[in-house]
Design a protein around this ligand. Structure first.
Ligand code: FAD
Length: 286
């Protein structure tokens, strides 16, 4: 099913993200986690893609297993290290395996790699390529707290408009921990003429590794409430997990209550976290 059709529906939706293995050793356990998440019957599942393209075959395999469960997958695809031929080959494989949705991303050059793509400078170039290939619903990424490379939010939104005008049918946001940031951002992008659906991406922060990563992200505002939660429970894994799931649930309820229809959860290959969030929202998502 095309995600654009899911988003046209008037009902509330909830979707989950998984990332593919980096090596063959973890393949089976990660695929098992993805399939456990699929058993929850989310509205769709996204599968990330390594920017260097090295995990591309795993993204394809995980998507194929999701297709077989009857859940709609969306494959992420990056272009920073790729060229038109490789992208077309990858799109052909996705199509053959029944994948109908692509999240088109530029990606970041992996450490140690210096050669950027000659064919693609921005994600909007990839969006154009996928559109001319045909047959896919195309999504893109957006940044309520501004992409770190952008001079300012105004410029970032103008660039986003170009991406949408190239053929993006919806946008998924970078994680954020204060819903006011999203509401302000939505106001600004609508004012700039971007009218496609925006799916907020919510990250349940459940362990110390994630906390470290988030704190290292430039520009992510951590509300006092969030900092107090991490200060109080960060050293107690079980308590941090429970608190992180509760925080994410509260964010999602507030988003739905304010009229957002679709929310995407960065479930990080954790079926138990996905399941708890879904259970917490059981009567809301129906
Ligand atoms: P772009 O849209 O190209 O934007 C990058 C920068 O260029 C921005 O500053 C933008 O303002 C600017 N820009 C864009 N278009 C133009 C233009 N026409 N002219 C001038 N400037 C322009 N990374 C992965 O490696 N794999 C994944 O699976 C993955 N999934 C992600 C999913 C989501 C929802 C998000 C939010 C991010 C994801 N990322 C992933 C990270 C992403 O690859 C990085 O954030 C990357 O730095 C930017 O990718 P982009 O597609 O947003 O790039």
């Amino acid at each position: 099913m095309k995600i654009s059709d899911i988003l046209k529906n008037d009902r509330i939706s909830l979707s989950f993200e998984v990332f593919p293995p980096k090596t063959s050793e973890t393949y089976e356990s990660i695929k098992k986690s993805a399939l456990e998440i699929a058993k929850l019957s989310p509205d769709f599942m996204s599968v990330t893609y390594g920017a260097g393209g090295t995990t591309g075959s795993y993204t394809l395999d995980v998507c194929e297993s999701i297709v077989k469960t009857g859940v709609t997958p969306i494959a992420h695809l990056t272009c920073v290290c790729s060229d038109k031929n490789k992208i077309r080959e990858t799109l052909t494989s996705f199509k053959e395996k029944g994948v109908e949705n692509i999240l088109a991303l530029r990606g970041d050059l992996p450490q140690g790699m210096t050669e950027k793509s000659l064919d693609f400078t921005h994600a909007s170039d990839l969006v154009e390529e996928i559109k001319s290939f045909g047959g896919f619903c195309i999504g893109g990424a957006c940044y309520p707290e501004t992409h770190p490379e952008s001079e300012n939010s105004k410029q970032d939104i103008l660039n986003l408009k170009k991406k949408v005008d190239s053929g993006c049918e919806f946008l998924t946001t970078q994680m954020f921990f204060d819903n006011h940031i999203l509401f302000n951002y939505l106001y600004k992008i609508r004012e700039a003429g971007i009218t496609v659906p925006v799916i907020p991406g919510i990250m349940p922060v459940t362990n110390a590794v994630q906390i470290k990563r988030i704190c290292s992200l430039s520009g992510t505002i951590l509300p006092r409430k969030f900092i107090r939660m991490v200060d109080r429970f960060g050293n107690n894994p079980a308590a941090m997990k429970q608190a992180g799931i509760a925080y994410a649930t509260e964010q999602i309820v507030d988003l739905y209550a304010n009229g957002i229809k679709a929310v995407h959860v960065y479930s990080m290959n954790k079926p138990d976290v996905a399941e708890k969030i879904q259970t917490n929202l059981k009567d809301i998502i129906g």
